[in-house]
Design a protein around this ligand. Structure first.
Ligand code: S3P
Length: 168
């Protein structure tokens, strides 16, 4: 089966949807953030705090090239570098999980694990707006997620990509 890369803003559900998609397709799952934390033996927030964002972005570029897994969920900033998008396109299909900013704000209320979520509301919304066209241009398929449950989103991805699979 062709590989599937899930992209989208922080809190768009990439990890949750990725694992459920894998369960449905009997495929194996990987996550670039988890890959980086394992490779570094420390948490992303600590990598940001000690080394800064640019260092993290280099690790992320390495991760997208090295990580295996049929379904790969990515960090929200994966689209910040063109070479990351090229790497995903060379390896499979890109699915953008779209969630609205109010929905993301609701889901990530009180989150302390994401360095780029710990800024004021205006900055976060600016980042969200700046990234929208990057996600949209990179995507082979965009799935809107507001108001949908996990099952529905997974079904939308499978149908949208035209994946034929055996029911378990
Ligand atoms: C980031 C998103 C995070 C993580 C890092 C940077 C971003 O991943 O990669 O904190 O730039 O949007 P999630 O999208 O899984 O939260």
């Amino acid at each position: 089966m062709e590989r599937i890369f899930l992209i989208g803003f922080m809190g768009s559900g990439k990890s949750t949807i990725g694992s459920e998609l894998c369960a449905r397709l009997h495929a194996d799952f990987a996550d670039t953030d988890a890959y980086i934390e394992e490779m570094q033996g420390r948490l992303i927030k600590d990598i940001f705090a000690v080394e800064g964002e640019a260092y993290f972005r280099d690790l992320e570029t390495r991760a997208i090239q090295e990580v295996s897994g049929t379904v790969v969920s990515t960090g929200g900033g994966i689209v910040e570098r063109k070479e990351n998008i090229t790497a995903m396109k060379e390896r499979g299909k890109i699915v953008y999980l779209h969630a609205s900013f109010p929905e993301i704000s609701r889901r990530l209320a009180g989150d302390e694990t994401r360095p780029l979520w710990k800024q004021d509301e205006q900055e976060k919304e600016k980042l969200f707006n700046r990234r929208q066209p990057l996600y949209e241009e990179a995507a082979d398929l965009t799935v809107k997620t507001d108001g949908k449950d996990v099952e529905q989103i997974v079904s939308d991805i499978i149908a949208g990509l035209g994946i034929v699979h055996k029911q378990a």
